[in-house]
Design a protein around this ligand. Structure first.
Ligand SMILES: [Zn+2]
Length: 247
């Protein structure tokens, strides 16, 4: 398999995303195959482009798609890092199927249902499927509805959910993006300080919901900086926001 893309230019800070390839073994059927992987992710910085639902806008949908892998034998699709590493040189291994990034996440949603993922895992996959659609300049409306169901299930059924307040904020954003403004406002008001989100962002998004704005909103750099400052002390801050904002 050739490199999907050598270097994908990223953000104004000049860092770059790099895709490479790796050989893996499917944990379900033991098929060995070569697939794309993310070799380099720029560290989150205040200039990063982040939307109000806290997902980082990526310069190419292929990057998010490389975070998951599809087995060419059984089509099991899950986070790339959850597959078993294999020493075979990628050139000598069977290639992973070439699938459109959004469809690849569709396979991951199916796998999450087939293989008994937790409600939170299902929500994380569905949310990333939606972000991938947005990275591909699609509205992702249908996937957003799946994400809404899955995240609501996770919030309702997992009482000790980590970062609960952030998930509640995400739920509010999903309702706003779905045009369900009353529900959105209800959830925004349940967000507390443990979400580590600036009050300015919350006030802004509540205003958007009350105005009936269902469109994606890009967070201004000064608010990204506030979020960044609030999170900078936390470990894995960059990865947390990059993955999906639901760690
Ligand atoms: Zn397999």
């Amino acid at each position: 398999m050739e490199l999907v893309k050598d270097t994908l230019e990223s953000n104004p800070a000049g860092n770059s995303y790099k895709l490479g390839e790796v050989t893996l073994m499917c944990p379900k059927c033991q098929q060995i195959f070569a697939t794309a992987c993310v070799d380099e992710i720029p560290v989150l910085n205040p200039l990063a482009r982040i939307e109000a639902d806290l997902h980082r806008v990526l310069p190419d949908a292929a990057i998010r798609a490389a975070m998951i892998a599809t087995c060419p034998n059984c089509t099991y699709t899950w986070w790339t890092e959850s597959f078993i590493p294999n020493d075979t040189v990628p050139l000598m291994a069977i290639d992973a199927p070439s699938i459109d990034p959004v469809k690849k996440f569709g396979h991951a949603i199916l796998s999450s249902r087939m293989y008994g993922a937790t409600n939170l895992e299902k929500a994380q996959i569905a949310l990333n499927a939606y972000y991938c659609a947005r990275d591909s300049f699609q509205s992702g409306e249908k996937i957003l509805q799946i994400a809404k169901e899955e995240l609501r299930n996770a919030i309702e059924t997992e009482p000790y959910l980590k970062n609960r307040s952030r998930h509640i904020y995400l739920m509010a954003e999903i309702y706003r993006l779905s045009g369900e403004f009353h529900e959105a406002v209800k959830f925004y008001f349940q967000v507390d300080r443990s979400a580590l989100l600036p009050q300015e962002l919350l006030d802004h998004q509540i205003r958007q919901a009350k105005l009936g704005n269902a469109k994606p909103v890009t967070i201004p750099n000064h608010i990204v900086k506030q979020i960044y400052d609030l999170r900078i002390s936390a470990d894995r801050a960059a990865r947390f926001l990059f993955m999906s904002a639901v760690a």
